[in-house]
Design a protein around this ligand. Structure first.
Ligand code: ZN
Length: 80
């Protein structure tokens, strides 16, 4: 079961979506306006994949299970 929640995009401030995917314990936050993307594990909080076009590190793709605090440019408090 997937729950979809309307959120404000932390990158551009417009409306985006947060998908809570229960089967795979994944939370996916995405914005159709600016291509913002954040995929995290809802159990551990680990970032699986992240992309934010406005950030200085324009593209961040993670596959090694780094935690959110590894990204000082991102205010993750507004994301979770
Ligand atoms: Zn956006």
């Amino acid at each position: 079961m997937t729950q979809i929640e309307a959120i404000r995009c932390p990158n551009c401030g417009r409306f985006g979506e947060r998908h809570h995917i229960a089967e795979s314990n994944i939370t996916r936050t995405q914005c159709p306006e600016c291509d913002y993307l954040l995929v995290t594990c809802s159990l551990t909080g680990r970032v699986i994949e992240a992309y934010a076009p406005g950030l200085s590190t324009a593209s961040i793709f993670l596959h090694s299970g780094l935690r959110a605090k590894s990204f000082p440019n991102v205010n993750f408090n507004t994301l979770f």
